[in-house]
Design a protein around this ligand. Structure first.
Ligand SMILES: [Zn+2]
Length: 425
């Protein structure tokens, strides 16, 4: 089995149900041929050409073949923190170790790519490179640095008479300061710039209905990041934050707690993708009391609950592109990222739409749809094989025991077959 599969020999998964990640009709008795790091062919098993007969066949009957899952909103350093202050108290050394352990958990859950949208120091860049170099196991990481937000805004946790050291965020005020931090982060190797344009439930000062960055600051950051070929993700929970982000041409609006008709219209006329992060909401509603989360955090979330779901419902109805991001790690543990699909379905997406949001839709949000997120010839062979049918019950994706194989760039990197092979070796 997988221990016999070396990268040189073509690998053919056969007799599985193929879901292409693009929303096309599933192929019930399908095959997928992988050569090297690339998907060569996908089709009905009956049409598998004899020329492919030299490939190593892996029979996956009764199982589903999907693109490797993608999470657009993760925080690798989060590890059971209950407040932003707790995150800021975490030493960078501890944060680095946590991030490495969390990356492996996410990979084992079938996620072959993640975007980290805010870490302590420059941990996500370091973890991204360590994974790419094969030093540690984990998904491909699209890395951000610290979250950029204004004084007293999203990530400001300390009174001004306390000196700020290396936390989750970096305060910047005015277009010039914001641009300077963006440039510093680009020098430090980020792929993505994360801005906090509104308050956040978990923050001590600013509320989610407050827009804390000016439109000029946001425009300056987006312009500078795009000039360098980097993407921009913007935390938007207020009405104006979303509109500022959309007008500035942000790549993604994160959370989208408050979206009015004008915002939805801006989505439709631009290229910005909505990452609704329903796990952010439901983890607080579900665990807020048990974890003794701060009153502001829980009270704001209760107010935001109907607004959030209504914003998503109207955006979805209007055809706004949606990508999955679980904001995982703060309350739900890393590796339970696929909870987000369950919440998306609960919020009105079909199971197929939730899968698209976690594959090609997510790749689109990361501006990587040319290589990732779909099972089609020429794409990178990032693949998950799961025992069960997520179209019948989306929750099967949350059951790690059902994950048979995870391929990353054509290599078997996780799944129960991989684990069995490791145990034998
Ligand atoms: Zn987040």
């Amino acid at each position: 089995m997988p221990d016999e599969i070396d990268r040189g020999a073509p690998l053919c998964l056969i007799h599985g149900r193929v879901i292409d990640g693009l929303g096309g009709p599933p192929i019930d008795d399908g095959y997928m041929l992988v050569e090297g790091a690339t998907i060569r062919a996908v089709g009905r098993a009956a049409d598998l050409r004899p020329a492919s007969a030299d490939a190593r066949l892996v029979d996956v009957e009764g199982q589903t073949i999907l693109p490797g899952l993608i999470d657009c909103h993760t925080h690798l350093v989060y590890s059971g923190f209950r407040s932003l202050e707790e995150i800021d108290r975490c030493a960078i050394e501890t944060a680095t170790i946590n991030a490495i352990l969390n990356a492996e958990k996410i990979l084992r859950a079938g996620y072959t790519t993640i975007r980290d949208v805010g870490c302590i120091g420059n941990v996500a860049v370091a973890v991204r490179d360590a994974i790419a170099q094969g030093k540690v196991r984990g998904p491909r990481v699209v890395a951000s640095g610290r979250i950029i937000a204004p004084t007293s805004g999203m990530i400001d946790t300390l009174p001004s008479h306390w000196e700020r050291r290396m936390g989750l965020g970096i305060c910047a005020d005015g277009p010039n300061e914001v641009v300077k931090v963006v440039r510093q982060q680009i020098k430090d190797g980020v792929d993505n710039v994360k801005l906090g344009a509104s308050g956040v439930e978990v923050g001590p000062y600013a509320y989610t209905w407050m827009t804390t960055m000016s439109e000029d600051e946001i425009r300056a950051a987006v312009h500078e990041a795009h000039r360098w070929g980097r993407t921009v993700a913007i935390h938007c929970q207020s009405y104006d934050a979303a509109k500022y982000a959309l007008r500035a041409g942000a790549d993604t609006v994160e959370h989208g707690t408050r979206l009015d008709d004008e915002a939805i219209d801006l989505f439709r006329r631009g290229q910005t993708v909505l990452v609704p992060t329903l796990c952010t909401l439901f983890s607080v509603l579900e665990l807020g009391e048990k974890l003794s989360l701060l009153p502001k955090h829980r009270e704001e979330m209760a107010v935001n609950h109907p607004l959030w779901l209504d914003s998503l419902r109207r955006a979805h109805a209007a055809g706004v592109p949606i990508a999955a991001g679980a904001d995982i790690g703060n309350r739900y543990p890393h590796g339970s990222n696929a909870r987000e699909l369950g919440f998306l379905v609960r919020a009105g997406l079909t199971p197929m739409e939730a899968i698209v949001a976690t594959t090609s839709g997510a790749a689109r949000a990361l501006r990587k749809a040319d290589t990732l997120g779909a099972l089609s010839p020429g794409k990178v062979a990032d693949v998950v094989v799961i025992d069960g049918d997520p179209l019948a019950d989306i929750r099967v994706l949350q059951d790690q025991a059902r994950i048979r194989l995870v391929l990353q760039g054509g290599r078997v990197v996780a799944g129960s077959l991989w684990e069995r092979a490791q145990a034998r070796a």
